[in-house]
Write a protein that binds this ligand. Structure first.
Ligand code: GLV
Ligand code: MN
Ligand code: MN
Length: 399
């Protein structure tokens, strides 16, 4: 079976007819279904599957142990996301095991496929939730209190999935077992198209984070309230959107995005009483990222005051620039006969693990460069090249 073929097997799970693409979120029905699919796929390959305290699934080739060579990714998506972001890394890992078996390879080290929970933060708002919990980058008490849009807490969601919410948090045992981590991922840009290469190696990840701006004004009637009598939080929210583009434009390589705005109560003929706006900001380093966010926050405060509203700003998640282990990166590039190295603006569990373990990423060419949208794509031949590259890399690391 090929990686693209395995993706075809799960194409019916979490398809979102309203948004297009897929909506698969941590511990929701579709993600749980994908977890069962992964368990069955791994067991069919003779791998031993366990789920740890943070909901990460581990499929072991041979007995679990320290200094393991670990590959994997995630099965959740953004709302209305593509088919490849996450699942390509998981399916390619399964295919890489098949390829290694077919070559008669016997791992000299423990080898595992890991599937992390809620990498996109599409349900509970914090990206890389599972890997942040495992590494201690996210406080478990704060995590347990996270709520999804329906008001379900993470604690309740993991309990419903058969985990003990009291056990969420740093996992020194799981951490100690990881010797090296390699995540294969669809490229989220056109770097490999421009380089004419099907597979590349990651060099770095931009610093990035998420901030929630909560504007509060006065709910009122859209027809009966004079413009001069309004305290409409949608106005500073709109100013924030414009400020985001302006602030990021002023700093080379920076990006700032508002992809989610939630007015309350959200009626056409109702002046909102509150508006929550989520900002995603990224730049080359911590200094530039924080400068963009400070600029936007200042604009939001001024705009709120002008409209008689208030605003509170909450940092929901943050990660500094990641430079992947250069020795490992160069070693993998050489193993792949000179695969190019390229940076990415997207976040990954590999970026969280990179602070603790030698970590690398392989990218598979994406002809459109589009990601986090239904048009995300990789040719079947490139997916095969990615799985072969992953097998080559795992063979080298686990020899
Ligand atoms: C995840 O893919 C992110 O970059 O936000
Ligand atoms: Mn993603
Ligand atoms: Mn991803």
């Amino acid at each position: 079976m090929t990686a693209a073929g395995l993706l075809g097997d799960i194409a019916g799970v979490g398809a979102d007819p309203r948004r297009g693409g897929f909506s698969r979120h941590g511990f929701d029905r579709s993600e749980l279904e994908l977890r069962e699919w992964f368990r069955a796929s791994a067991v069919a390959r003779g791998l031993d599957v366990e789920t740890d305290r943070n909901g990460t699934m581990w499929a072991w080739w041979g007995p679990p142990g320290d200094d393991a060579v670990v590959t994997g990714s995630h099965l959740d998506s953004v709302p209305g996301g593509g088919a490849y972001d996450g699942p390509l890394g998981v399916t390619s890992a399964l295919v890489a095991v098949d390829l290694l078996r077919a070559r008669g390879f016997i791992p000299g080290k423990p080898l595992a496929i890991a599937v992390f929970a809620e990498e996109e933060g599409g349900r509970f708002g914090v990206a890389c939730l599972g890997s942040r919990l495992m590494t201690g980058a996210l406080d478990p008490d704060a995590a347990r209190r996270l709520t999804d849009p329906d008001g379900t807490t993470l604690a309740d969601a993991v309990r419903a999935a058969g985990l003990d919410p009291a056990r969420l948090g740093p996992d020194p045992v799981a951490m100690a077992r990881i010797g090296v981590f390699v995540e294969l991922h669809v490229e989220q840009g056109r770097g490999l198209v421009d380089l004419g290469a099907p597979v590349g190696v990651a060099s770095s990840i931009l610093a990035h984070g998420r901030w929630r701006f909560s504007f509060a004004g006065e709910g009122n009637h859209a027809g009966a309230t004079l413009l001069t009598d309004r305290r409409d939080p949608m106005l500073p929210a709109a100013q924030l959107v414009l400020a985001a583009r302006r602030a990021a434009s002023g700093i080379e390589g920076a990006r700032a995005t508002v992809g989610k705005v939630v007015p309350n109560p959200g009626g056409t003929n109702v002046i909102a009483s509150t508006v929550d706006v989520w900002l995603d900001a990224r730049a080359e380093d911590d200094f530039r990222t924080r400068a963009v966010v400070a600029d936007i926050s200042d604009a939001a405060r001024v705009a709120a005051e002008d409209e008689g509203c208030t605003v509170t700003v909450t940092e929901e998640s943050y990660g500094d620039t990641v430079i992947f282990d250069p020795t490992l990166r160069d070693d993998l590039a050489a193993t792949l006969r000179g695969a190019p190295a390229l940076p990415t603006g997207a976040g990954h569990d590999a970026g969280i693990l990179a602070a603790h373990h030698p970590t690398a990423m392989l990218f598979v060419r994406n002809p459109t460069g589009i990601s986090h949208a239904p048009a995300e794509f990789a040719e079947a031949d490139d997916c095969t090249a990615g799985a072969v590259a992953l097998a080559d890399v795992l063979a080298r690391l686990a020899r």
